[in-house]
Write a protein that binds this ligand. Structure first.
Ligand code: FES
Length: 126
């Protein structure tokens, strides 16, 4: 059993310039062989979320690599049952978990790179 809460990363996730505007990108920051988080860049802001749907938190949300958004890219979509979440705050607006939220990943931009800050997943153990 690993304890993600105790781990912090000593390298950036990526260069901000490598994040396509208005699209989602998945990351595997602890090298587990699957994307455990994803980000969505909107202008100068990057929103970061764990790849865990509040409906069933073991569900993977992307329908294929880096595809976490709905068709018009206005919301985050869970591929399992179609829940739609606001990109800005991760709140589910439509679907089986209305009112529940995605789990944020604290990130910051520094020197053109995107970093996770603090604990990757406070309180989360697996
Ligand atoms: S697991 Fe995401 S909507 Fe059901």
């Amino acid at each position: 059993m690993s304890n993600w809460a105790a781990r912090e990363l000593d390298r950036p996730l990526c260069r901000v310039a490598d994040l396509p505007e208005g699209q989602s990108v998945g990351f595997d920051p602890l090298d587990e062989g699957r994307d455990t988080m994803f980000v969505v860049r909107k202008g100068d802001t990057v929103h970061a979320w764990r790849n865990l749907c509040p409906h069933y938190d073991r569900a993977r949300m992307a329908w294929k690599k880096d595809e976490f958004l709905n068709g018009d890219r206005s919301r985050i979509m869970c591929a399992a049952h179609g829940a739609l979440f606001r990109i800005e705050d991760g709140v589910c607006e439509i679907g089986p978990c209305v009112g529940q939220s995605l789990t944020p990943v604290p990130v910051r931009l520094h020197d053109g790179a995107l970093w996770i800050v603090g604990e990757y997943a406070p309180g989360f153990r697996r």
